[in-house]
Design a protein around this ligand. Structure first.
Ligand code: NAP
Length: 277
C-alpha cells in the first residue's frame, strides 16, 4: 500500500515499457512490507539532465538507468563507484541529501549468477565478446573474482584496446584483445564464454560465437535477455552440454545489488525471482 512516507524508485530510460524491473522490485517490497515503490520513467535523451535534477529535488531514493542513458549519466553524478568509473556506464543511482552516487551493479550481477550456477571464476580463462558498458562491468567484476586470463573479442578493436588499458590500470594484468576474425585463436582453451554484445536481442541475429565453441566443459554466459524466451546462444550452448547463465539471472542479481544499495535491507530474492520467471 502506498503511504505518505513511500519512497520512490524508478527506471529511467527510453523505451522502458518492456522492462521487468518494476515487477521484480515491487514484488520484493510487497513481500517484505518495505515502503518503496518502483516505476518506469520514459525520458528523452535531451531531457536527461532535467530529469535527474527533478529526481533529486523530488527526493527519490534512487533510480536505475538503462539505454540510451547509461553513459550520459556519468557527468550528471557527484560520485562514482569503481565499476561505473571504469566501465563509463552507470546502471544504479542512490540519492542522499541531493548527492547522487552512481554504481554499476551489472558486473556483480553476472558474478552472482555464475556462482548460483556453480561456475568457479578464479583462475579461469575467459572469452569476453563485446567491449561496451556491460562487458567492462563484467570484466572488472570477474577481475575481482580472480579470473586468470581475459580474452576480449570486439567489433571495434579500438574500443577493446581502450578497455584493455583501463582494465590493466585497474590491476587486471592478463588481458588480450582480438578482432572477430581472430576469434578461433581467442577461444582456444577458454573455460568461460561471456556474450556482452546485443547479438541475440533480435530474431535473425547471428550467434556472437560459432557453435563449435559451445560445448561440454565450458560455461556460457549471456548478458542478453528476451522476456519469456531463451536466446539462441543459450539454447545452442545448453544443447551442446555447456553450463549456461542467462541474461535473466544477471538481471535478477544486478537488481538484488541495486536494491541493497537503496534500502539497506537484504532483498527478497525469491519474490524477485518469482516475479520475473
Ligand atoms: P554498449 O555499451 O552499447 O556495448 C555494445 C557492445 O556490443 C560493443 O562492444 C559493440 O561493439 C558490440 N556490438 C554492438 N552491436 C554489435 C553487432 N551487431 N555485432 C557485434 N558486436 C556488436 O551496450 P551494453 O550496455 O554493454 O549492453 C550490451 C548487451 O548487454 C545489451 O544487449 C544489453 O541489453 C545487455 N545487458 C544486460 C544486462 C542484464 O542485466 N542482463 C545488463 C546490462 C546489459 P563496438 O565497440 O564495435 O561498437
Amino acid at each position: 500500500m502506498i503511504s505518505g512516507k513511500t519512497r520512490l524508485l524508478a527506471l529511467i530510460g527510453q523505451p522502458v515499457g518492456h522492462s521487468l524491473s518494476p515487477r521484480m522490485h515491487n514484488a520484493a517490497f510487497a513481500a517484505d512490507g518495505l515502503d518503496f515503490v518502483y516505476v518506469c520513467l520514459d525520458v528523452d535523451p535531451d531531457d536527461l539532465p532535467a530529469a535527474v535534477e527533478g529526481a533529486a529535488v523530488l527526493k527519490l531514493r534512487g533510480f536505475n538507468i538503462t539505454m540510451p542513458h547509461k553513459r550520459a549519466m556519468i557527468p550528471l553524478l557527484d560520485e562514482l563507484d569503481e565499476g561505473a568509473r571504469i566501465s563509463g556506464a552507470v546502471n544504479t543511482v542512490v540519492i542522499e541529501d541531493y548527492t547522487l552516487r552512481g554504481y554499476n551493479t551489472d558486473g556483480g550481477g553476472m558474478v552472482m549468477a555464475c556462482k548460483e550456477a556453480g561456475i568457479e571464476l578464479a583462475g579461469k580463462r575467459v572469452l569476453l565478446l563485446g567491449a561496451g558498458g556491460a562487458a567492462a562491468a563484467v570484466a572488472l567484476a570477474f577481475g575481482r573474482e580472480g579470473v586468470g586470463e581475459l580474452h576480449i573479442v570486439n567489433r571495434s578493436t579500438e574500443h577493446a584496446t581502450e578497455l584493455r588499458d583501463k582494465l590493466r590500470e585497474a590491476g587486471l594484468k592478463k588481458v588480450e584483445v582480438y578482432s572477430f576474425n581472430a576469434l578461433d585463436a581467442a577461444a582456444q582453451e577458454t573455460e568461460v564464454v561471456v556474450n556482452a554484445t546485443p547479438l541475440g536481442m533480435k530474431d535473425g541475429d547471428p550467434l556472437p560465437v560459432p557453435v563449435e565453441h559451445l560445448h561440454e566443459g565450458r560455461a556460457v554466459c549471456d548478458a542478453v535477455y528476451r522476456p519469456g524466451r531463451e536466446t539462441a546462444l543459450i539454447r545452442e550452448a545448453r544443447e551442446r552440454g555447456a553450463r549456461v547463465v542467462t541474461g535473466e539471472r544477471m538481471l535478477l542479481y544486478q537488481g538484488v545489488l541495486a536494491q541493497r544499495l537503496w534500502t539497506g535491507w537484504e532483498p527478497n530474492v525469491e519474490a524477485m525471482d518469482a516475479a520475473i520467471s
